[in-house]
Design a protein around this ligand. Structure first.
Ligand code: PLP
Length: 484
């Protein structure tokens, strides 16, 4: 029998309260002047929000789109820009939560999709192009031998975990504190726990990220700190022969852009090998972006299983699991079942082939990474000029502004960021015509093949206007604290 977490559970109740409050009023700590300007600039979005809220929880199709004070609604997008219902045009560095490394409406992707739409949208059977997409993925990930296509990152993670459990005959999954891996219950844990609930740094508590998990959903999830091979070794020592896999992003793009120490992944690899544990790289967000060849190219370490999604589809829903022949034999022999009505659907596969083969090429990655570095420099110049306590980290075509001058190497460091400073950054940049990153102080930006130097200059100019206001907010909050 599946029972559900008791809502009186202290941690779940707190998250529930937060959600209820958000439905009434998406709270922002940005200065009221920014909020007023936002309201004046987004009148049509505000009107639509009222309608949407009467029909959809939070007026959105994903909780991560509940932008404060209310979401804007979009009508058009092309290249590096999106336009909202009020006709405001923004330089888009969120790129659909990291999906659009190919840019909005890349002509080659659209052409391939239009051609496929005339041949069929879904066959309910297999088709020739799936194999081409798999070959292209294996070119980027030569450490793997077989691929299964799915529809999303969440699905890829779910199947990868199942595969790892079946391959090892063990059930525990080690998951990094402060990271997001999609909607699969055993990974909906310790995404943004408060310091009080997070437990000891080297042995974090498993804090549910949502109500509604099965009572035992987290029984086999153990949370580990990032960049701490010693903590991993200790847990493996204790839970010897129970751990199926370590599930980790090679660069944590759901903690800004938190880089691994150079010796972290080699040590993780060795510990996994020594203990018969599979290493799963969740590259839903990093794939094609931190390097052309993703995590293995970036870290020099080869995982046993890789999940990819988002950017590989050029704007269409897709995901894939990659592993070696012996692991995938479990699916081949139907020991592990992996199914899906839309898995490998021809439209997404057509988009994936063009995206991987023709758009996100090695040369495109080099060029876009250079644009991304120029963007980081533009931010750093403003930080130096204003003395703002902040720094920028990049990886390939992604990056993040950390509103702290201390390095961020794990979730506990990330907690130093003041949400009021971040809200001010977010809303201030929107008012200057820039969506600076995916929404949320834990998220990151994506630069696409469509972004150019003009975009970089405009983002830098926008930040130059907003940074002094962020600095004021930080100073005021520090003064408030010292008065208490
Ligand atoms: C690392 C990671 N894994 C999995 C997912 C889930 O992917 P999807 O939203 O395609 O289900 C995400 C989504 O942001 C992600 O960042």
């Amino acid at each position: 029998m599946v029972t559900h977490l008791d809502l009186s559970d202290r941690r779940v109740a707190r998250y529930g309260e937060l959600l209820v409050r958000m439905v009434d009023d998406f709270e922002t700590h940005a200065p009221s002047e920014f909020v007023e300007r936002y309201r004046r600039a987004t009148v049509k979005s505000a009107a639509h929000w009222r309608l949407a809220r009467s029909l959809m929880p939070q007026g959105t199709s994903s909780n991560l789109r509940a932008w404060a004070p209310y979401p804007m609604y979009f009508g058009r997008a092309a290249g590096s820009h999106v336009t909202d219902l009020d006709g405001n045009r923004y330089i888009d560095c969120a790129m659909a939560q990291g999906v659009l490394a190919a840019g909005h409406l890349h002509p080659a992707v659209i052409e391939a999709v239009e051609a496929q739409l005339r041949r069929g949208t879904v066959y309910g059977g297999s088709h020739r192009d799936e194999a081409t997409a798999c070959e292209l993925l294996l070119e980027r990930y030569p450490c793997h031998e077989r691929v299964r296509m799915v529809n999303s990152g969440s699905e890829a993670v779910l199947h990868a975990v199942r595969l790892a459990r079946a391959a090892t005959g063990r059930s525990i999954i080690l998951k990094v504190e402060g990271t997001y891996h999609g909607n699969y219950d055993p990974t909906m844990v310790s995404f943004r726990p408060t310091l009080e609930e997070a437990g000891p740094v080297e042995r974090p508590s498993a804090v549910p990220f949502t109500a509604g998990l099965a009572a035992n959903a987290l029984a086999d999830t153990v949370v580990i700190p990032f960049n701490d091979a010693g903590a991993l070794a200790a847990i493996l020592d204790e839970r010897r022969e129970q751990v199926a896999a370590v599930l980790v992003e090679p660069v944590i793009l759901n903690m800004g852009c938190t880089l691994p120490h150079a010796d972290y992944f080699p040590a993780v690899r060795e510990l996994c090998d020594d203990n018969g544990v599979l290493l799963i790289f969740d590259e839903a967000k990093t794939g094609t972006k931190i390097a052309w060849g993703g995590g293995p190219e970036f870290t020099g370490v080869q995982p046993d299983v890789t999940c990819v999604a988002k950017a590989i589809g050029g704007g269409f829903p897709v995901g894939a699991i990659l592993a070696n022949e012996s692991t995938m034999r479990l699916i081949d022999q139907a020991v592990v079942l992996q199914t899906g009505s839309f898995a490998g659907n021809p439209v997404s596969v057509a988009a994936t082939i063009v995206t991987l083969r023709d758009v996100l090429t090695r040369e495109a990655h080099r060029q876009t990474s250079a644009v991304n570095l120029a963007l980081a420099e533009a931010y750093e110049r403003v930080i130096a000029d204003t003395g703002l306590a902040a720094h920028v980290v990049t990886a390939g075509v992604t990056g993040a502004l950390f509103l702290t001058d201390a390095p961020v190497t794990n979730y506990r460091d990330d907690l130093a960021i003041d949400p009021a400073a971040w809200d001010t950054y977010w809303l201030g940049m929107l008012l200057e015509g820039v969506i600076p990153q995916a929404y949320g102080l834990d998220d990151s930006w994506t630069i696409s093949v469509a972004h150019d130097e003009g975009d970089v200059r405009a983002v830098g100019d926008a930040f130059a206007k907003v940074a002094p206001v962020i600095a004021e907010v930080i100073d005021r909050r520090a003064a408030d604290v010292s008065l208490r």
